[in-house]
Ligand binder design. Structure first.
Ligand code: 5GP
Ligand code: ZN
Length: 114
């Protein structure tokens, strides 16, 4: 999608600190980290929100979680623990309308979230 910032990152039209990439997904560090580790995993395919995931995307979405687990291990936060978040629409706090899994770790997370 031409005006989507995360599509542009996936297409390398906007720079990002890429930590993982394959044919279906790319992961990069968040520009405004909320924890010592804050990485975003996105599909290369544009999907605006979790509400727009179709049955043909199910394997892709599962892949995002597998990539997130791999990155958590690589970044050394897997054993102590980490949080995966996908914000949806305004009340969910979504600001970029291309689905992304936040990987947050390196400190204890709080519950309930803000
Ligand atoms: P959301 O609020 O949609 O759940 O998460 C969007 C995230 O994308 C935010 O944490 C924000 O800091 C991050 N972000 C927004 N624009 C950019 C960018 O251009 N580069 C990177 N690396 N992160 C971005
Ligand atoms: Zn997009």
């Amino acid at each position: 999608m031409s005006d989507c910032i995360f599509c542009k990152i996936a297409e390398k039209k906007i720079p990002a600190k890429v930590v993982y990439e394959d044919d279906r997904a790319i992961a990069f560090d968040d520009v405004a980290p909320q924890a010592p580790v804050h990485t975003l995993v996105i599909p290369k395919k544009h999907v605006a929100t979790v509400l727009d995931i179709t049955p043909e995307d199910h394997g892709l979405v599962g892949h995002l979680f597998k990539v997130a687990a791999t990155i958590a291990k690589e970044k050394g936060i897997a054993e102590k623990g980490f949080r995966l978040v996908m914000n949806t629409n305004a009340d969910g706090g979504q600001s970029v309308y291309h689905i992304h899994l936040h990987i947050l770790g390196g400190r204890a997370m709080h519950w309930p979230p803000g």
